[in-house]
Design a protein around this ligand. Structure first.
Ligand SMILES: NC(=O)c1ccc[n+]([C@@H]2O[C@H](COP(=O)([O-])OP(=O)(O)OC[C@H]3O[C@@H](n4cnc5c(N)ncnc54)[C@H](OP(=O)(O)O)[C@@H]3O)[C@@H](O)[C@H]2O)c1
Length: 236
């Protein structure tokens, strides 16, 4: 099948793209920087795009996905974590930037997919436990993932022949976690302490080790009501 994945240069998106290519699927990947290993695969098509630039997304995404005709799966994975700090210290502009990449561009992508493609079977948005945990310090990131969950729930009611889910992938050792583990011990937030403790342990596997599990989770998600928020730590 054809699979569209955002954020394929590294981390979870790169590992998922590689896993789906190994399984013989065609992957359409988007990120600002390229991933040489993925680009070397004939079944991988890449678009370099800054997803915070909505004008460019509206211009470049339609011709990119039109060549596919239909998508078996759309994975809205690209995301950013801003500085961990209290919400009161987080300027609105910073929150807006996070919302643009983690939420609003996903509305644009979903709308373009349904305008341009004959059929979209499944849409999975990569969410986070932070969408519901309300952990101190997670400011804009938590707000964005909570809004993403609702975006998915709302679209599920509009596009009733497509399955939608927002899935928290668990704790995975990527660039995001490198930032968290670099935070000073003086930053006394419980969630930061928990993640720093998990780093370099089996509790925080690298993306290549969990990609198969995530692929299974996306398949299993089809058994749940469209629009659901699911956490792999609870439903797998
Ligand atoms: N790692 C975890 O423990 C964890 C836990 C829960 C949820 N998540 C979620 O999982 C998803 C993937 O995160 P990750 O951990 O794999 O992070 P990562 O290693 O930092 O990868 C993020 C990906 O998003 C892309 N991206 C970021 N900003 C972009 C932009 N403006 N335009 C285009 N692409 C952009 C990056 O590509 P470029 O920089 O090349 O553009 C990169 O490919 C995110 O939605 C994150 O919130 C991760």
């Amino acid at each position: 099948m054809n699979i569209l994945i955002t954020g394929t240069s590294k981390g979870i998106g790169a590992a998922l793209a590689m896993k789906y290519l190994e399984k013989g699927h065609k992957v359409f990947g988007i990120s600002r920087s390229a991933n040489a290993k993925l680009n070397a695969n004939d079944n991988f098509t890449f678009l370099s795009l800054d997803l915070s630039d909505f004008k460019k997304v509206k211009e470049k995404l339609p011709p990119f996905i039109q060549q596919a005709g239909n998508m078996g799966l759309v994975i809205l994975n690209a995301g950013i974590l801003n500085e961990i700090k209290d919400l009161k210290d987080t300027p609105i502009e910073e929150i807006k930037n996070v919302m643009d990449v983690n939420v609003w561009v996903n509305k644009i992508i979903v709308d373009i997919c349904f305008d341009m493609l004959e059929k979209v079977d499944q849409v999975v948005a990569i969410s986070s436990g932070a969408a519901v945990s309300g952990s101190r310090g997670w400011n804009a990131y938590s707000l964005s993932k909570a809004a993403l969950n609702m975006l998915i729930d709302l679209y599920a009611k509009e596009h009733t022949t497509t399955h939608f889910s927002a899935i928290a992938p668990g704790i995975i050792d990527t660039g995001m976690q490198d930032y968290i583990s670099s935070l000073p011990d003086t930053l006394d937030y419980p969630a930061v302490k928990k993640l720093k403790k998990a780093k370099n342990t089996p509790d925080m596997p690298p993306p290549g080790e969990v990609s198969e599990k995530l692929v299974n989770a996306f398949e299993k998600a089809l058994n749940y009501k469209s629009g659901s928020f699911l956490d792999v730590r609870e439903f797998l």
